[in-house]
Design a protein around this ligand. Structure first.
Ligand code: DAS
Length: 369
């Protein structure tokens, strides 16, 4: 077809023109690449999944509070937020798949040892732990006490299941990976990203049991994370991670520590029962500034006399317990929990008791951590 000299000539010319155009395009691309600096390699972030609402699923999108926790596997959590791939090279491990109210001391130890091992790997730049919100604050505090690293570790949950309208999990997870991938988040202790805020794992608590703004610190957040950028407003005030005298790699087990609540009309039954159960310390979650009902004082004195450490905390979420104010702590040889909630005082007591049961040393530890 068209096999005439003129066409042959034209076809030759067209072939030459096409080759020239391809060459020109190749040269232009090479020049462009030469001018565009190579993109720096993305940081490596590992997501350790433990369960909770962030992995929850409800029957319908309208179920923001009625759902089953701990259903969605970690790989699905990652694929649900493809934008994270622009922040970091992300990979996931399913450590547990449970609602966090059911986590045990052994689970805490397993998780912390895995986190510690990962932080030692040169190709791990940050770690995210997805977690139920009920005990998230306890895990975050435990990790900040015992994991020796300045790499960012971020614990994250959600108040609504992944299947709900306006689910908060995907953005919380995106923020957590963003912070974990950030150089400016190094050395801040273990953090929690919820509702655009970056909270200190030590200070944060779940203060409301249904809203997405549930997580608050009485001393305020460390900062905020917005569209993948961190805005810092304060640093942690207490010892953590690299500055901690406690190291998960040298802890084999956590001693039993329990909590007894103070309230109007309280009887000594719970305290007496706990005292006989083999505990090493008892946290008294008192009213007001750690007050103890007068009929309870002799029972706590008996607990102390048996060798069990007594630690006065308060059921009141704000403020801190003053030593020798509501009770003569020096005289009774009791410890005060400072600003720690009863549940966080228990975490610190378990960790501290792996090293000392001397009450003066324990009180120092409660001032410093
Ligand atoms: N049961 C809660 C938990 O796993 C669900 C949640 O809020 O994450 O902590």
């Amino acid at each position: 077809m068209f096999d005439v000299p003129e066409f042959r000539a034209m076809r030759g010319l067209r072939g030459f023109a096409a080759t020239a155009a391809l060459l020109a395009a190749a040269v232009a691309q090479a020049q462009a690449q030469a001018q565009t600096p190579a993109q720096p390699a993305l940081p490596n972030v590992v997501i350790l999944a433990t369960g909770g609402t962030i992995a929850g699923a409800g029957a319908s999108a309208a179920n923001s509070a009625t759902y089953s926790a701990a259903k969605v596997p970690v790989d699905q959590l990652i694929t649900a937020v493809p934008e994270m791939a622009k922040l970091a090279r992300v990979r996931g491990e399913q450590v547990f798949q449970v609602a966090s109210e059911s986590l045990t001391n052994d689970n805490l130890m397993t998780l912390a040892k895995r986190v510690s091992a990962l932080t030692k790997l040169p190709d791990v730049d940050g770690i995210v732990i997805t977690h139920g919100t009920d005990t998230l604050e306890e895990t975050a505090y435990f990790l900040t006490l015992v994991v020796h690293t300045d790499k960012p570790i971020v614990v994250v949950g959600s108040m609504r299941p992944s299947t709900a309208l306006s689910a908060d999990g995907p953005l919380n997870l995106y923020d957590a990976v963003s912070v974990a991938a950030s150089k400016d988040a190094r050395g801040k202790g273990v953090m929690v990203t919820m509702n655009d805020e970056i909270q200190s794992g030590r200070d944060v608590s779940k203060t409301t049991n249904v809203v997405t703004s549930a997580f608050k610190s009485q001393w305020g957040p460390l900062g905020m994370v917005v569209e993948g950028r961190n805005y810092w407003f304060r640093d942690p005030a207490k010892r953590h991670t690299m500055q901690s005298e406690f190291d998960i790699d040298r802890i084999d087990a956590l001693p039993p520590v329990e909590i007894a609540l103070g309230y109007e009309g309280v009887s000594p039954v719970a305290i007496d029962a706990l005292a006989g159960s083999g505990i090493k310390a008892l946290i008294h979650a008192g009213t007001g500034n750690g007050s103890v009902a007068d009929r309870i004082v002799p029972h706590l004195q008996k607990v102390r006399a048996s060798g069990i450490v007594v630690i006065r905390s308060s059921r009141v979420p704000q403020g801190f317990v003053l030593r020798n104010a509501e009770q003569p702590d020096d005289k009774y040889d009791w410890v005060v929990a400072h600003d720690l909630s009863p549940q966080k005082a228990r975490i610190l007591a378990m960790v501290a008791l792996t090293k000392t049961s001397d009450t003066k040393d324990l009180q120092r530890i409660f001032w410093e951590y």
